[in-house]
Design a protein around this ligand. Structure first.
Ligand code: ACM
Length: 446
């Protein structure tokens, strides 16, 4: 990546950025507007074989994208081999069953789900990606989204190992966010520091993800020992405790010559790391605060870039969750509108589409969610602004034909084919106004 004092090291192979090499019908001309043109893939909820990741990386490169953020851990599964803590994968990498559908009518499928990547495999994947101009940014999500850790090592949870064992039998088979968070003992910070040490050895990215999103702080609030540690450390509240926790990891990572990227919740409390990149997903508030504080910012607002969200109002959209994000909606994404103040525009280093995989089990489901929306996103990421829709529409047939040639099981413009539907599997469609009100509530403490 170049141009913004950020990720300045070339990919290991020295391969040049592919200027839209591959995908027919896309307009990716001249120099890209953003240094970070990313996709986040959630392999925690759904483990995928390395061959599937390689295919995905090739498709990203064909779209002129250059970052793959790998979400390697979550409540539902831990996918990164840590040599010092083998139970993270042996126990945290397997759940006995998985939620099917969303909301109150969801069920459990009774089918075990497991898998994890060895360090050897991941080093190979880093090389494979670098040869195609893609930087892999690994993410370990802490201190929340921690149930898979606690299934393996209950001593790192709140209330002591015995209490955690009573609450946590295995990684969470349900979706949503579990109440489980890490405790804030020195030993826990040392444990997670070791995990990040190994992460930095395997991945060569300047940026390393530490999560920081959706931490359920009630466990900390209700725990006497946590409250005592907060007092000893001079921390006023749980937001400051979260900042303190994230700051320890940022320091550890800095020791490897790296920096952290975290979700915008990382700015609750105190600013944990002035050199952190902020990935802003909950509307504009986190991005604006991050920019004001001098952070580099990657924009991934859910209403425009969450590719698990449903693609139309149709009843036959498979497992419809989130607000409607049609192909045309993706093309209206305007990351830095004309007239945006310099203090903001100069801090936006990139955009990212996030592919959460709770409801995207197989490769066909992933293809359906990602394509052709990724084509519109790639043009926004490369060219910097919303699409001229009629121009894009004119080029769509050749893009879709190219996807077809690649064997991509994309969503047809007219709606899902019968085999792409999931009749009887419930979703929870969201309304845009309702989601906007929720985002305002969620970001009120920033
Ligand atoms: C997120 O969607 N929890 C970053």
């Amino acid at each position: 990546m170049s141009g913004r004092g950020f990720e300045t090291r070339p990919p290991a192979s020295g391969a040049p950025q592919p200027a839209g090499a591959g995908a027919a019908g896309l307009r990716l001309d001249g120099e890209p507007r953003f240094a970070w043109r990313g996709v986040m893939l959630d392999v925690a909820r759904r483990f995928r074989p390395v061959a599937d990741l390689e295919r995905f990386i090739e498709l990203l490169a064909d779209h002129g994208l250059n970052v793959l953020q790998l979400h390697l851990t979550d409540d539902q599964g831990w996918r990164f081999e840590v040599r010092a803590y083998p139970r993270l994968t042996e126990v945290g990498g397997r759940r006995s069953q998985t939620q099917l559908g969303h909301g109150p009518r969801s069920t459990l499928d009774g089918v075990p789900h497991e898998g994890w990547y060895t360090q050897h495999e991941l080093r190979g994947l880093v090389r494979f990606a670098a040869e195609r101009g893609i930087r892999i940014v690994p993410e370990i999500d802490v201190p929340g989204h921690a149930q898979s850790i606690l299934a393996a090592y209950p001593e790192f949870g709140v209330g002591g190992a015995d209490a955690v064992r009573e609450r946590v039998a295995e990684p969470w088979p349900r979706f949503g966010v579990s109440d489980e968070v890490l405790n804030v003992e020195d030993a826990t910070l040392e444990f997670i520091g070791t995990v990040f040490d190994e992460l930095c050895e395997v991945f060569d990215s300047e940026l390393v993800g530490l999560g920081g999103d959706e931490v359920r702080k009630d466990r900390w609030r209700g725990d006497e020992r946590t409250q005592q540690l907060m007092v000893e450390r001079g921390l006023a509240d749980e937001d400051e405790l979260q900042s303190w926790f994230l700051a320890q990891i940022a320091d550890r990572v800095r020791g490897h010559g790296r920096r952290v990227v975290g979700w915008d919740e990382m700015l609750e409390g105190r600013d944990p790391a002035p050199d952190a990149v902020v990935a802003s997903w909950r509307g504009p508030v986190g991005a604006e605060l991050g920019a004001r504080l001098g952070h580099e910012v990657v924009l991934c607002p859910d209403l425009w870039t969450y590719f698990d969200y449903r693609q139309s109002e149709r009843d036959d959209e498979p497992i419809p969750v989130g607000t409607v994000l049609s192909l045309e909606d993706v093309g209206t994404f305007d990351p830095v509108p004309a007239g945006a103040p310099r203090w903001f525009a100069d801090r936006v280093v990139g955009v990212q589409a996030n592919v959460w995989c709770e409801h995207l089990d197989g490769r066909d489901r992933l293809d359906y969610a990602v394509f052709p929306r990724l084509g519109a996103f790639a043009e926004v990421a490369w060219n910097g602004g919303p699409l001229d829709w009629s121009d894009f529409e004119g080029r769509l047939p050749s893009y879709l034909a190219w996807l077809e040639e690649q064997g991509v099981d994309y969503r047809p413009l007219a709606g899902p084919r019968p085999e792409q539907q999931r009749p009887g599997v419930p979703g929870v469609p969201r309304d845009r106004a309702d989601r906007l009100a929720e985002l305002a509530r969620l970001t009120a403490n920033l």
